[in-house]
Write a protein that binds this ligand. Structure first.
Ligand SMILES: *[C@@H]1O[C@H](CO)[C@@H](O)[C@H](O)[C@H]1NC(C)=O
Ligand SMILES: *[C@@H]1O[C@H](CO)[C@@H](O)[C@H](O)[C@H]1NC(C)=O
Ligand SMILES: *[C@@H]1O[C@H](CO)[C@@H](O)[C@H](O)[C@H]1NC(C)=O
Ligand SMILES: *[C@@H]1O[C@H](CO)[C@@H](O)[C@H](O)[C@H]1NC(C)=O
Length: 291
């Protein structure tokens, strides 16, 4: 009896070790979960809107529900790149239109879930990554520069500031929060490698992080038509306390873009200084859930 028990126990141990070993091997050979997801997510996206600094998602809503945002400046860009509203409002399966938002402000987490849910019902392919874009992946301290929400969340930044009432004053009490950041150059490289070719528009309004990200995209050779058709950007040099370094980066980047030297391997992406602050408070109702 005792002998049988020993054999059984030893057998169980061998099997357990074997299973653990196989699991580790399986885990090693599988592609990273993120890349795998990305590939599946964007396989059918021939028209992609990347919204960097999505705030509460208003630009993505302008893309799919333009009738709720009349006269918003950005609509002309959507019309030009992705077709008229009647086309865009069809399911993504038909149009190939997808939108990806990046926003780390924890304040909008539930808003994003509601939009994602309502849009899934409409067949609109939209994802919000609850991360800030940067030139590296990890964590960073951001400041809630928003006077308890009175400025609609636009001040969420790596920089402590407040620009209310037309004057700039450094806001001492802005609460810091640690947020995940994602290397956008790497993300874009993965997207470019997995999504089908088509039309790609990127909006960048990221409260001072644009210098890090644009320099990275420039170095990576990603400010090119073969990767992005159009970029709209708002520069924020005034957010920096040490102006000298950022002003040098600012004029270097703008000059390079203006002289069409930002892409060595083909035509440069169309890059515009463009900012649409309309409907900052949004407040438009979401599409009704399907019954
Ligand atoms: C992509 O399109 C195919 C064919 O229409 C469909 O079967 C598949 O589910 C789509 N994938 C996604 C992620 O939408
Ligand atoms: C924000 O609200 C808190 C608590 O209600 C208050 O103590 C604080 O003074 C407010 N801060 C600003 C900048 O309004
Ligand atoms: C990110 O950008 C900052 C500022 O341009 C630079 O100092 C830093 O080295 C960059 N980080 C990486 C990983 O490239
Ligand atoms: C993006 O993809 C296109 C075609 O798939 C390729 O020609 C181009 O080199 C890629 N861009 C980068 C920066 O890798």
């Amino acid at each position: 009896m005792a002998g049988t028990n020993v054999v059984l126990t030893a057998g169980t141990m061998v099997v357990t070790v074997l299973i653990c070993f196989l699991k580790v091997q399986l885990w090693r050979t599988q592609p990273s979960h993120k890349e795998d997801t990305l590939e599946r997510e964007f396989r059918n996206c021939t028209k992609i809107f990347l919204d960097l600094g999505a705030n509460r998602g208003t630009h993505i809503r302008k893309l799919f529900e333009p009738e709720k945002y009349p006269d918003a400046k950005y609509l002309q860009i959507f019309d030009r790149l992705f077709g008229p509203p009647t086309f865009r409002q069809q399911p993504s399966k038909v149009t190939g239109l997808c939108a990806i938002g990046f926003e780390a402000n924890p304040r909008w987490r539930d808003t994003f879930s509601s939009i994602e849910r309502a849009y899934r019902d409409k067949g609109w392919h939209v994802i919000f990554y609850r991360v800030a874009v940067s030139n590296r992946t990890g964590k960073a301290v951001f400041y809630k520069n928003d006077f308890n929400g009175s400025n609609s969340g636009w001040g969420f930044s790596r920089h402590k500031h407040n620009r209310e009432r037309g004057r700039q004053h450094w806001m001492q009490g802005a609460p810091p929060v640690l947020v995940p950041i994602r290397d956008f150059g790497v993300f874009l490289q993965q997207l470019n490698a997995t999504a089908p070719s088509g039309t790609r528009l990127m909006k960048m309004d990221i409260e001072g992080s644009e210098y890090d990200v644009m320099l990275e995209l420039l170095e990576n050779g990603q400010l090119c038509k073969h990767t992005l058709d159009m970029i709209t950007i708002e520069w924020h040099p005034w957010l920096f306390r040490d102006r000298r370094e950022v002003l040098a980066q600012d004029s270097f980047l703008r000059r390079t873009i203006q002289e069409s030297r930002a892409c060595a391997s083909g035509p440069q992406a169309d890059i515009w200084d463009f900012d649409d602050e309309s409907y900052l408070g949004d407040g438009q109702p979401l599409p009704r859930p399907r019954l």
